[in-house]
Every structure is written in structure tokens, then in C-alpha cells.
Design a protein around this ligand. Sequence first.
Ligand SMILES: [Zn+2]
Length: 217
Amino acid sequence: MDLNEARQGLKSAGRRLLEHDLTWGNDGNLSVRLNHDRYLITASGTRLGELGDDDFVECSFNGPLSGSGKPSKETPMHRAVYEQRPEIRAVLHASPFYSTLVACTDMPIPADLFVEDMYYIERVARVAYFHPGSPELGEAVREQAREANILLLENHGVLVYDTSIGEALMGLQTLEMVCRMAITARSAGLELRSLPAATVADFLDNSGYRPRREWSQ
Ligand SMILES: [Zn+2]
């Protein structure tokens, strides 16, 4: 992906996050892979809903390229995902209300309610709390990066990554919707009706909804 295409893709993704209440204030950071060992990430202190052409920093796995500005301090998480998962093209980090509320509890996230839920929420891994931007958080993400495409960062927010910006956005939107649904149902005293495990497995293997994800374990 060339630089201009990468910038446009991230600007558009940032606007969508704001429109859908998936970011607030200067919360969150976004990146896209440029090639096998470089990625473009939002700069430190940017607002995702109003990203301009100067709000991005090109980085290699060794750090920002010289003269390209100061990247988001949460760069270690992004780099860890790109290093562990060569097929991943986009990484989104934000703290949307319902997902972050669940990340502040031990509540499980159902993956057997509706179509997008079964596909995108098939696997969610939890990462223990470490301070934002710390090497410890980067290492914790590195350890879990192969387990799932959605990492719930406890008492912090979420990290969602996929083979395109569009698929990563779908993952993030679906996660927020499922968390909102689960919490709303609980508040209203409604019991959610789960699909049977065999139906979920059949959907994932045979429905042709999206290419079946392959997990290493
Ligand atoms: Zn953060």
C-alpha cells in the first residue's frame, strides 16, 4: 500500500470511529501496514475524527523513520501485532464505551448470537493491564497476538486487527455492538437466546460468509 492510500484509509477509518461513537477526545490510535517491515501510524496526540495529512508517522520495526515526527506512544502494541502476524494489514486501538465497560469487568463476550457476532467475535483474548505505551503492554500484546484478532485490554480498551482496514472496522463495530447488547439485555433482565454450538460451528465452517480464519492452535 502506498503512503497516500494509507493516509486516506486511516483518515476515513478515524472519521467512521467518531461517527459511530467508537472514539472520543484524543482516545485511540490507528495504523496500516505499508510493506513487510514498515507501517504508518497516527502521530502522538491526534484526534481520530479529524486526522490531517500531517498526523501520521512512518515507522520501521526499529522505530520512526528520521524526520517523520513523533508516533503515538502506543506504538509498541501495533509493532508487536505486525511482527507476529505477517498477514495483518491494519491495527485499530480505541476505548469505546461498552467494550471498555466489559474490559473493566470479567464478563464473557458471547459469540453465538447473530451472524457478524459468530464470525468476528469467534475469538477474543484478554490482556492484563499495563500502562499505555509501556514496553510491558507491548510484550503482553505480542504474547497474545496469534490467539485472536481482537484483544480486550483490561481496564483500558480494545485492540482489533485484520487483513484490511475495512475488516478491522467490522471487528471493532461488531465487538461494541455485542458488548452493548449483552449489557443492555442484562440491565433489562432479558435472557439472550444463544445459537447451539453445532450451529455456530457449521456457520463458521460451511456458510461461506467470509473466508474461514485459520488459527495456529
Ligand atoms: Zn490506549
